[in-house]
Ligand binder design. Structure first.
Ligand SMILES: [Fe+2]
Length: 158
């Protein structure tokens, strides 16, 4: 590998790490929206939604750890801390709990899943271009899970 190739590869790995950290930050944003919805949702669908939001945040919490540790495995540092992640997160804050309907919570969680899926797709494409199949594999798994959640939530709203 010559110097130019090495520099290109270093830059590519740095970009992958930065985008993985963005997935972590956006996932934390989604985690916050899921908790908000889980705690405050009301109405005839309470039990179903309360449990569905919990299933999603439990799965996501474990996944965030895997994504952050992938950042470390490729030689970079993982972003963390609630303030830092909140600054980075691209997830839109959801409705005010006391004024939100079940549909409002579902819509806000749906939007957050879409944001994370889009960020993960960007990171996946960067990893693919750099030939990092392991990061790509991790992200393909994440995107599938967000797509499934998006289907569930859209089905509720339709
Ligand atoms: Fe709970």
């Amino acid at each position: 590998m010559n110097t130019t190739q090495m520099t290109q590869s270093t830059v590519a790995v740095e970009k992958i790490a930065q985008q993985l950290n963005q997935v972590v930050a956006d996932s934390y944003g989604l985690l916050g929206q899921l908790h908000l919805a889980h705690w405050n949702v009301e109405g005839t669908d309470f039990l179903t939604l309360h449990q569905m939001f919990q299933t999603q945040y439990e799965e996501l919490f474990v996944a965030i750890d895997d994504i952050a540790e992938r950042v470390r495995a490729i030689g970079h540092y993982a972003e963390g801390g609630i303030k830092r992640l909140a600054e980075m997160s691209q997830v839109t804050e959801g409705p005010t709990a006391s004024q939100a309907s079940a549909r409002d919570f579902v819509s806000s969680v749906l939007l957050a899943h879409e944001t994370v899926a889009a960020t993960a797709l960007q990171a996946r494409q960067t990893a693919a271009a750099a030939g990092d199949a392991e990061t790509e594999d991790l992200l393909i798994g994440r995107i599938s899970i967000h797509q499934k959640a998006i289907w569930f939530l859209n089905s509720y709203l339709s």
